[in-house]
Design a protein around this ligand. Structure first.
Ligand SMILES: [Zn+2]
Ligand SMILES: [Zn+2]
Ligand SMILES: [Zn+2]
Length: 491
């Protein structure tokens, strides 16, 4: 085996306590509270021994009605997507201006930074195809939705992107060049990270503060970084893929929550007993800080990760060994960067595996439609005379962007309530961003009328696929579907 993390041995009992599934009572209390704060009184989380958690309707929903907007617990833009879209690092709204979005992307592309391709309907099957659609209740079927990214703009797009001069790009970036009608698409101005890292940007001071408090103060590589080794932190970030980055956020989130709870307890003790020593309940505070995560994690990454197609099943053991070693290496770097003795069990391989597994199994995509796409569609829709005039200026930019003009913000996030929604191949709700849903919250819309008491289901996959293909995809989530449609097709 080889990789044994000393922390796993030293803190095995604490790790077991952290990973112990919360009692049904605790789970119920936690989700009742979340439903209250989300202001979605029409919902109820119910726990059932056989199928686990599920979300049920407490009132009726009409077709097209909003069921839930779920705020993420942690989430991040895919690193490959950062070239394409400049978004708020906390709420994921697009920021800056249309000019900045276009100029920055072309500038970075010309520097040779690769960009992600358009929302890939394979990889983001259950959400990104609904990336952005005007009206949810107009009964359009999925096929028109999937076409969304494929040349909905009537400009004839060149196959190869035609580059623009550096001077033109600079004038876009510094605001000297204004594109026609761009003021129809005003975006919040960019607020830099208060820690000075230059990596995180925000739409507002409140988002900057909220992110700093929830996790960024530990992740920030700027001058105000609290990391014990900025070098290790930078190396860790360099080395981390998107999933590992999310793990890092979960750890930071938990440590900061722990510190807040501890500070609150400290104050409380001073106030009521005059004592200023922290008692031995430090670990119970860590358990409390960890609670939101304990509601979501399921299985260890190396036990649930799907074997890539190019790996023979006889090599499964060595493949799993390999990812475990990779995990071990990133943990070593992370420990150098932000290790906290009071939260030591969080830095174990076992916890690491469970957190990554939580993202693997829930696979919740973060998608925000691009205002740049709307901008070009708007120009395309102008009356002929205005359009001709505007296109004279905008066409070179569209040609420079090529097919990439419509790339949306893409990432992964953990949404506590959405992750409790069970799958059905004939769902009654779906993750569906409306025109006004321009940030990283998950939006769930009733897909058909839902009556009181009914379970709310969404589809994790493309439910139009044939039965066997559906089951194969769902196997990655660890179950075989027995929904109404599946029972009818395979009695
Ligand atoms: Zn924001
Ligand atoms: Zn920062
Ligand atoms: Zn099914």
């Amino acid at each position: 085996m080889g990789t044994i993390c000393p922390l796993d041995v030293e803190f095995s009992d604490k790790i077991a306590a952290l990973l112990k599934p919360p009692s049904p009572n605790e789970v119920q209390k936690y989700f009742d509270q979340i439903i209250k704060t989300r202001q979605c009184p029409g919902l109820k989380m119910k726990h059932d021994g056989e199928f686990g958690k599920g979300i049920y309707a407490e009132s009726e929903f009409r077709e097209g009605e909003l069921v839930l907007k779920d705020q993420m617990l942690v989430g991040a833009q895919h690193s490959s997507n950062k070239v394409d879209c400049l978004v708020c690092s906390y709420c994921f709204s697009f920021i800056g201006s249309i000019e900045l979005q276009i100029g920055r992307k072309l500038y970075l592309q010309q520097l040779g930074l690769s960009s992600s391709k358009e929302c890939d309907p394979e990889a983001y099957s259950h959400i990104s195809k609904e990336c952005h659609l005007a009206d949810s209740s107009d009964g359009e079927d999925d096929s028109s939705v999937t076409d969304h990214n494929e040349g909905s703009c009537s400009y004839s797009e060149p196959k190869e992107n035609i580059p623009l001069s550096k001077e033109v790009l600079e004038s876009l970036l510094n605001g000297d060049l204004k594109l026609p009608y761009s003021n129809e698409f005003c975006l919040p101005s960019t607020v830099p990270c208060p820690g000075g890292c230059g990596e995180a940007h925000y739409c507002s001071k409140s988002c900057a503060e909220a992110d700093w408090e929830s996790s960024h103060s530990l992740l920030c590589t700027g001058k105000s970084s609290v990391s014990s080794s900025k070098e290790a932190l930078l190396r860790f970030i360099d080395h981390a893929n998107d999933l590992v980055g999310l793990y890092f956020q979960v750890i930071s989130y938990t440590i900061l929550r722990y510190k807040k709870l501890k500070a609150a307890q400290f104050q409380h003790q001073e106030q009521y007993t005059g004592l200023n020593a922290i008692d031995s309940s430090g670990f119970s505070l860590l358990l409390e800080a960890w609670k939101p995560i304990s509601m979501g994690h399921k299985r260890r990454w190396w036990d649930c990760v799907a074997l890539p197609d190019d790996i023979d099943s006889s090599d499964e053991a060595s493949f799993k060994m390999e990812i475990k070693e990779l995990a071990f290496k990133s943990l070593e770097l992370l420990k150098k960067a932000i290790f906290d003795q009071e939260c030591a069990p969080l830095f174990s391989l076992e916890i690491y595996g469970h957190i990554i597994g939580m993202f693997e199994l829930n696979n919740l995509d973060l998608v925000v439609a691009s205002p740049v796409e709307d901008y070009f569609l708007y120009i395309d829709d102008l009356p002929d005379a205005e359009k001709e005039e505007a296109e004279r200026i905008t066409r070179p930019f569209l040609y420079a962007l090529g097919g990439d003009y419509s790339v949306c913000c893409q990432g992964s996030a953990f949404f506590p309530l959405q992750s409790c929604m069970n799958h059905s191949c004939c769902p009654n709700a779906k993750a569906f961003k409306r025109e006004e849903d321009r940030d990283g919250q998950a939006t769930i819309i009733a897909f058909k009328p839902i009556s009181k008491g009914e379970e709310i289901t969404i589809s994790y996959i493309d439910e139009e696929l044939p039965m066997e293909e559906r089951q194969a995809l769902l196997a990655d989530y660890g179950f075989r579907c027995r929904c109404k449609k599946c029972r009818e097709e395979d009695p």
